[in-house]
Design a binder for this molecule. Structure first.
Ligand SMILES: [Zn+2]
Length: 462
């Protein structure tokens, strides 16, 4: 339920996710005799989080709304198809758009009516279902103009005859193959028709360009096959496939080995001086070669101090900033970073220790994070989900003390960027001066004397 809710937050207003979560938990409770899932909702962070999320909409939702409104402003009789990946999403997007009422202004009637419908594939297997009759009804309403917009899963594309469609929106949904893309283009044949991709994950955007690339690639392959016969190609493809499989197997084996060794071990991460607990080992995740703590509560357990010496800048995505000290004993414990626009705490491995929770490792210290990973617990790579900006940022806005911490981080980040800018400027200036010096030296070597008006130089005089 939680994972699906996180998925919803990516493409829907936050409230949709909360409602989904509450409904699902109510459902779970009714299916089980014990009220065992209620804990989740009575957790003390739940209500404040929900209140803060009121009205929060991801960028993609705002884009969807403006795209639709602009389309109907320009062409009030437009028909729009929104493609989504999942059946649940189709239903949710259509419900949300109807409730938001943004398209009602383009209706001729004053009575409230639905402007958006959804169609799902007829192979009813998922939790959201639709009968062929219901699907037919929606399509008829769309063709007659009663419905302005339909939301469809990719599955339903086949057999969807829409000649009057002006706009196709791919909502965080990309064509699975070049073939689909070509078919989709062909479908939007109405006058002034166009197609728009709205994407959240960079993966989806990549898929879109991948589809275009593979379309190109397919044509090239056809040419090669026509010229050389396909024996050679078969060999090449087979070789590449074997290579990829071998590489994947090696990677999976290594990961599995590590998971088996210490994948289930859980530790707490504590101040080496006073044993104050900062977070759990499962909160530590890798971002390239950095080990960061991904839990909002960490901010409550550390104090933040401005760094006196300017930290060394790495790049826009990895800015080392303020010093972190133990909230209880003020022992230095790490450094705050700004990564991909999110403030993240990083513990210095030598200043913390690890206390085993479900294994017999006792209290352990390590000199390097790689040692922690090899001998104590599994550390996974941070995913896009870990970087959900609101979670770590909201944690820095929940108490007066944490807001002060955020102010220090903001200030340090600003100062660092200023420093970087002036360094860049000086480097550029230095480079220009050096180029000028080299040019002068070259000119002298070639016997060119700079002219200053009074002295003329001519080779003929020699
Ligand atoms: Zn301490």
């Amino acid at each position: 339920v939680y994972i699906e809710a996180r998925g919803i937050v990516d493409v829907m207003p936050a409230m949709v996710a909360f409602n989904f979560m509450e409904e699902s938990i109510r459902q779970l409770n009714s299916e089980h005799t014990l009220d065992q899932f209620s804990d989740f909702l009575t957790d003390k962070v739940y209500d404040p989080l929900k209140q803060r999320s009121e009205g929060v909409e991801p960028e993609i939702v705002k884009k969807l709304k403006t795209t639709l409104v602009n389309q109907f402003k320009e062409q009030p009789d437009s028909r729009v198809i929104i493609f989504v990946t999942q059946r649940n999403t189709a239903q949710r997007v259509s419900e949300f758009l109807n409730e938001s009422g943004i398209l009602e202004q383009f209706l001729n009637t004053t009575t409230r009516q639905k402007t958006v419908g959804y169609v799902l594939g007829t192979n009813n297997t998922g939790s959201v279902q639709q009968s062929p009759q219901e699907q037919q009804r929606v399509l008829e309403q769309f063709n007659s103009g009663k419905l302005k917009v339909i939301v469809a899963t990719s599955v339903v594309e086949e057999g969807l005859d829409v000649t009057s469609c002006n706009l196709i929106i791919k909502y965080n949904c990309s064509s699975a193959s070049a073939i689909q893309l070509v078919q989709r283009r062909g479908r939007a044949r109405a006058k002034n028709s166009r197609s728009v991709l709205l994407a959240v994950h960079s993966r989806v955007q990549n898929d879109e360009s991948n589809a275009m690339l593979s379309e190109k690639f397919m044509r090239q392959c056809v040419k090669i096959i026509e010229q050389n016969g396909n024996k050679m190609l078969e060999k090449e493809v087979h070789k590449a496939t074997v290579d990829i499989q071998r590489q994947r197997a090696a990677e999976a084996a290594e990961l599995k080995q590590q998971m088996e060794r210490n994948g289930r071990n859980i530790f707490t991460v504590n101040c080496a001086q006073c044993q104050w607990t900062f977070c759990k080992s499962t909160d530590i995740k890798k971002v390239s070669s950095n080990y960061m703590a991904f839990h909002p509560m960490v901010w409550d357990n550390v104090s933040v101090e401005s760094q006196k010496k300017a930290p060394s800048y790495r790049n826009e995505d990895t800015q080392p900033l303020s010093i972190l000290k133990c909230h209880k004993c003020q022992h230095l414990v790490g450094k705050a970073y700004k990564m991909r626009g999110v403030y993240l705490p990083q513990f210095a491995v030598k200043n913390v220790n690890f206390v085993a929770q479900n294994n017999d490792n006792g209290t352990a210290t390590k000199a390097h994070w790689s040692g922690v990973q090899d001998e104590l617990f599994f550390i996974g790579e941070a995913t896009q989900h870990d970087f959900v900006r609101e979670i770590m940022l909201n944690a820095l806005g929940n108490t007066e003390a944490n807001m002060d911490k955020k102010r220090i981080l903001d200030l340090d980040s600003k100062q660092l960027m200023k420093l970087v800018e002036s360094k860049r400027f000086l480097a550029m200036k230095e480079k220009k001066e050096q180029e000028a010096r080299m040019k002068r030296a070259e000119d002298e070597e070639n016997g060119v004397v700079p002219t200053n008006g009074s002295t003329e130089f001519s080779e003929d005089e020699d």
